[in-house]
Design a protein around this ligand. Sequence first.
Ligand code: HEM
Length: 441
Amino acid sequence: MTRRSAYGPLPPGPRAPAAINSIQLIRRPLESLLGWRERYGDVYTVALLVFGVGVYVCDPKAIREMMTGDQSDLHAGEANEPLSPVLGQKSVLILDGREHLRQRKLLLPPFQGSAVHNFRRVIRDVAEAEVSRWREGETFVMRDRMRALTFEVIARAVFGVTERERIERMRSALAALISMQTILLMPSRLRRDLGRWSPWGRFQRRLKAADALIYEEIERRRSRSDLEDRTDVLSMLLMARDEEGEQMNDVELSDELMTMLLDGHETTATGLAFSFDLLPRNPRALDRLRDELESDDDAYLDAVVNESLRLRPVIDAAERTLTKPRTIGGWDLPAGIRVYPAIAAVHLREDLYPQPHEFRPERFIDEDAQSYSWLPFGGGIRRCVGAALAQAEMAEVIRTVVSRVELAPTRAEPEPVVIRGVTLVPRHGTPVEVKRVSLAR
Ligand code: HEM
């Protein structure tokens, strides 16, 4: 069907210039996405700075159609291309088509089933060590603490590194890179290494230092004789073979490790920071969680994680570029257009989640999370590789914190949600005060 709007044959949407739409989206992402849906319907077009004109899809049925069956005409890698100087050309995030599927198939097994079960012990140890350092009366920004914690989990579970000194070296190399990440917005003609004082030159040196550490870990692990018995992701990837019996080469391995380091720790830390803003502000849910944890039943804990990721998803929208024309939600869309399955807008639909702005974990006790109406990890052939690890991590950290300490937010109002980089974050990072420690156990 072809209809017309202010965007020509594309669905209708806000007519404001890209700069205005972008500022609005960055400052008030949830309100913007919902406001546009209310005004223009389930499929709308928005012009944004950097990303250009794109179509948001807020209808779970249309999203299911996109994310099931043949998705070879939906590319996600090219939208991530600006990240390639850091992640590398072989990162699963950058690749599309057959190459993407090959890397993905090799990456998935270490993140499934029993593998993730083994990680729970590691996560609990790291969380216990972190919480045991907290003192009554202390205040801190939860997102910072959670970032340190989730980094350590990735270092241990994914890289299999346990020596403190090595973890610290990796942490500081990565922090140096992340502190310069806005440089990736620099136009490619300005990306020139003019020595150690030029921004691109400095960035290149930091990148080299981080890469060198990753290659060192690959080398060290390859030389171990107990590879087959090890449960960390790197060891499992070194043993993995594709359908042709080929291994990942060192460049592929290094690019995937860098992707997991960067993609896997900040996102989970932010998810946790949101959870620790929501829980103390919803004392009934917090009390019930404490009771249920005493009875060793994890159903409510898992529901808390699901509800937290519903109400405060870390990624507001998945992203696909059409390589061929496709009909989505009743609109004939042209090749080349970006389409965003609008995770946050779907999660706040009243018809799917009555009283959608309330934190009510019970909704996920009565009913399981449904793939296309609950999609904090995206979906289809690009669904987050680390979803099970991230959920286990959130559950174990929440378990440890809630049963060991009582926290109170230091700000009167719930954290406003804003966009930083490409993620939704609590604007102040969730500052909290430790009211009491060692509640139980
Ligand atoms: C709460 C934490 C996390 C959230 C909310 C999250 C969310 C997402 C989302 C929305 C996508 C894109 C999916 C799509 O386009 O359909 C994604 C992709 C990905 N995530 Fe996560 N993620 C989290 C944690 C992790 C962790 C812990 C790892 C690994 C250690 C990880 C590794 C990846 C990878 C490799 C991809 C690319 C998959 C592909 O392109 O095939 N993520 N994630």
